[in-house]
Design a protein. Structure first.
Ligand code: ZN
Length: 451
C-alpha cells in the first residue's frame, strides 16, 4: 500500500525538530548505509562537550590528548568504561547539564504537558529499556536525539530497499508501560503501522495477520521471537499471505540461522539483522551478504575489551553521551572489505540478549519485558524506589515477586500496584514481598526465574 511520501517527509521533519545535514542526508534517496570514518576532530568535539557539560565525565574521564591524530588510539586503549550500573546509580549525571532541567514528556506527565513539550525540540523524552537487557532502566534524550535515532532506523530500511510512503509495520511488545497511543495515530497516515500485542496468542496472531493482509507492508521490523510466533501460526493454520515484504528487520534479540531461514521461507522475503540498543541507538546493520554488522563509524566507535565484550561510544549523541559503554553483548569487531563494497568495521558472531518467556495457564506466551514495564511504571510513579526486582513464575498459575526498595515509604501501595496489574492482566495468582536484598549469596541476581 502506498501513502504520501511528502506527508511522511514533512512529519519526520516536524518530529525531528527541523532540517539539518543529517536529516537531509537520510531523506535523500541516495543515502548510503555507512558513512565514512569520523574525523578525529569530530571525536574530539564529542569528548570536549562530554567532559565540559556532563558531570559524570567531568569527574571521571581521564585527561586525553587534544590531538585529532591521536584521539582514536587513546580511546581504543584508555582504561575507562561505563556500565549499566554506573548509569542506573545516577542517570542525571550522564545528561548534559544544560538540558537536565528541561521539560520531560512521558506517560505520567499529563496530556497538556506533553502537547506543549512536543512543540519544543529540547524537551526530554523518557526512554525505557523494556527490551531484553537485564534490569529495567530509564534514560532521557531530547526530542531531537530520539527522532534522530528513529531516522537512523529509517535510513537502514532505505538502504535495504524501502522508501518513504511505503507501508512499514512495526511489531513490538506491549504491556503495562508502552503507550504509543498518540504517536500511533499521528504516524498512521504516513504508512507506519504500530502493533503492540501484550501477549502472543491466537488473538494477537489473528490481529497481526489481518493488519498484514490489509496493509501489505513493504518492510517490517520488531523482535524476532514475535515474528517466529506469527510464522508458526501462519504455518499451523495454512494461511495464504497475499503479499510478501521486501525485508524484515529483526533487532533486540539474537536470531539463529535456522530461525532466519524459517522466517524467510514463511514470509518469502529477506531477513536482516540490525544491531542496536535502547541506550545507544542503531550501531549498524547487515548488508545483503548477511555476514556481520557493518558499523556506522561516523557516529559510533565500537570496540572489544579483552573479554570480548562490546563497548560503544556514541559520537553523535551529545545530550546523553556514552563513552566505552558496556552493551552487555559479546561479539568480535573486525576490519572487513566486504563483497558488497563497504569497507570498515564489522561486528561478527554477536552473542546477545535472548528474551525470556513464560506461559500462563491459558498457554499465552508472555515476555519478561512485561514485568520490566511494571517495575518502570512503579518507579515512575514513586520516584525510582525499586532497586531490584525478581519475578518467580512458580507454575503456570502463580507468580511470586520480590522487591528491594530504597525505603519503606509506600511499600504497601507499590506491592499492591504490581499485584493488581499481574492479577488482572496475566490471570495468575500473585504474591509480592519486600526484602532487604534479593541477590543470592554470591551477590548474583536473576530477574526472571521459572520453576
Ligand atoms: Zn557488506
Amino acid at each position: 500500500m502506498s501513502y504520501s511520501s511528502v506527508f511522511f517527509k514533512n512529519l519526520i521533519k516536524f518530529l525531528y525538530g527541523g532540517k539539518d545535514e543529517f536529516i537531509s542526508e537520510v531523506l535523500n534517496s541516495n543515502y548510503k548505509l555507512m558513512p565514512s570514518m569520523p574525523s578525529g576532530d569530530k571525536l574530539l568535539r564529542f569528548l570536549n562537550s562530554a567532559t565540559k557539560h556532563v558531570p559524570y565525565y567531568r569527574k571521571h574521564f581521564p585527561r586525553y590528548p587534544n590531538d585529532p591524530q591521536k584521539i582514536f588510539d587513546f580511546l581504543e586503549n584508555v582504561e575507562f568504561r561505563v556500565t549499566k550500573n554506573d548509569v542506573r546509580n545516577n542517570v542525571y549525571d550522564f545528561l548534559d547539564e544544560r538540558i537536565v532541567n528541561n521539560r520531560v514528556i512521558g506517560k505520567s506527565e499529563g496530556f497538556i504537558n506533553n502537547v506543549v513539550g512536543i512543540l519544543n525540540s529540547q524537551s526530554l523524552i523518557r526512554v525505557n529499556t523494556g527490551g531484553s537487557t537485564g534490569e529495567p532502566l530509564s534514560f532521557y534524550f531530547t526530542r531531537k536525539t530520539s527522532f534522530g535515532r528513529i531516522l537512523r532506523v529509517l535510513a537502514t530500511h532505505k538502504y535495504w530497499g524501502w522508501n518513504e510512503g511505503e507501508t512499514f509495520l512495526y511489531s513490538g511488545q506491549g504491556g503495562a508501560y508502552a503507550d504509543f497511543g498518540m504517536l500511533q495515530t499521528i504516524v498512521k497516515p504516513a504508512g507506519i503501522i504500530i502493533f503492540l500485542p501484550d501477549k502472543l496468542n491466537e488473538r494477537s496472531c489473528d490481529r497481526f495477520i489481518s493488519l498484514y493482509q490489509k496493509y501489505k507492508p513493504k518492510a517490517m521490523f520488531g523482535f524476532p521471537s514475535q515474528f517466529i510466533g506469527y510464522a508458526h501460526y501462519i504455518q499451523k493454520k495454512g494461511i495464504q499471505l497475499d503479499s510478501s515484504p521486501n525485508h524484515i528487520d529483526v533487532t533486540g534479540e539474537m536470531l539463529s540461522s535456522t530461525e532466519r531461514e524459517y522466517l524467510e521461507e514463511i514470509f518469502r522475503t529477506q531477513v536482516y539483522q540490525r544491531y542496536g540498543g535502547t541506550e545507544w541507538g542503531t550501531v549498524g546493520a547487515e548488508c545483503r551478504n548477511k555476514n556481520g554488522i557493518h558499523v556506522t563509524e561516523n557516529d559510533f566507535f565500537v570496540q572489544n575489551d579483552s573479554e570480548g565484550r562490546l563497548l560503544v561510544t556514541t559520537i553523535a549523541h551529545n545530550d546523553f553521551p556514552l563513552i566505552k559503554y558496556e552493551t552487555g553483548d559479546k561479539g568480535k569487531v573486525i576490519y572487513d572489505e566486504c563483497e558488497c563494497g563497504l569497507k570498515g568495521k564489522k561486528i561478527v558472531n554477536i552473542e546477545g540478549r535472548i528474551e525470556e518467556h513464560f506461559l500462563n495457564s491459558d498457554g499465552d506466551v508472555i515476555a519478561a519485558s512485561y514485568f520490566r514495564q511494571l517495575v518502570l511504571l512503579a518507579n515512575e510513579k514513586y520516584g525510582n524506589i525499586i532497586i531490584r526486582s525478581q519475578f518467580i513464575v512458580e507454575d503456570r498459575k502463580s507468580v511470586l515477586f520480590l522487591l528491594q526498595l530504597v525505603n519503606k515509604n509506600n511499600q504497601a501501595e507499590i506491592v499492591k500496584l504490581l499485584e493488581e496489574n499481574i492479577k488482572s492482566f496475566l490471570k495468575m495468582s500473585v504474591r509480592g514481598e519486600v526484602k532487604d536484598d534479593i541477590r543470592n549469596d554470591r551477590k548474583k541476581f536473576k530477574f526472571l526465574i521459572k520453576i
